[in-house]
Design a protein around this ligand. Structure first.
Ligand SMILES: [Zn+2]
Length: 230
């Protein structure tokens, strides 16, 4: 029987490729998304489509109101930066950082994994994220894995040895896109933009749009865009 795993799924390129990798490793994938007060829900529509296309055994979307806490351009009334240079994007913690988001997300993934009897959790953090987001660094992932084994009944009773897999950790965007395509991912289902236009199109200028464009350009491939209207 396939081993169960919990896969964090935002509906973007990275988490979609991560789900495809988990599936290719033979896991029965339980995809987990969050309606956390982000500025737009388009990415959740993508997450639903991706979960279905990649055969997730189940897809849960949990609601957590991080908008009540705020503190980020993604959850509060703070403008999303547009048109930043590649150099600016590569340095410092951007205002799109959501306080402790990956700890919040991984904690929920851990809770679900414990209930499912799953020892494996997948998250799509990578080297590009890690340059600006402290909760995307390899040492953070290792620390959370340590915590997971201390913090749970399954961990202390020795029933599970939790592992947090970050299979994209050394990959840039072009490498992630190539890996996804090898695994048959349809990137037209994915969504990256932080701040869509009123008509629903990707803005093309936020950090996420720019990194996506650069990734497809470096991979020498056209971006299929988003193939559906919400
Ligand atoms: Zn954008």
């Amino acid at each position: 029987m396939a081993r169960p795993a919990v896969v964090l799924l935002s509906g973007g390129l990275d988490s979609t490729t991560t789900l495809a990798i988990a599936r290719s490793l033979g896991y029965e994938c339980h995809a987990l998304s969050f309606e956390y007060g982000q500025r737009h829900e388009r990415e959740l529509a993508s997450a639903r489509r991706v979960a279905a296309a990649l055969g997730a055994a189940r897809h849960l979307t949990l609601r957590i109101d991080l908008g009540a806490i705020g503190g980020s351009a993604l959850t509060a009334d703070i403008p999303v930066p547009k048109g930043r240079s590649a150099e600016d994007i590569a340095h410092g913690v951007p205002v799109t950082y959501v306080p402790a988001r990956n700890t919040i997300f991984l904690s929920h993934a851990l809770a679900w994994a414990e209930v499912l009897g799953a020892a494996d959790i997948f998250i799509g953090v990578n080297v590009l994220d890690a340059s600006g987001y402290p909760d995307c660094r390899p040492e953070y992932i290792a620390a959370f894995e340590h915590l997971a084994n201390l913090a749970t009944r399954a961990g202390v009773e020795g029933r599970s040895r939790f592992r947090v897999h970050a299979p994209l950790i050394d990959l840039g965007k072009a490498g992630i896109i190539r890996r996804g395509l090898e695994l048959g991912v349809d990137f037209a289902l994915t969504w990256s933009c932080y701040a869509p236009e009123p008509d629903g199109r990707a803005c093309g200028l936020c950090d996420a749009c720019q990194l996506r464009k650069k990734g497809f350009a470096e991979a020498g491939l056209p971006d299929p865009g988003s193939g559906f209207a919400i």
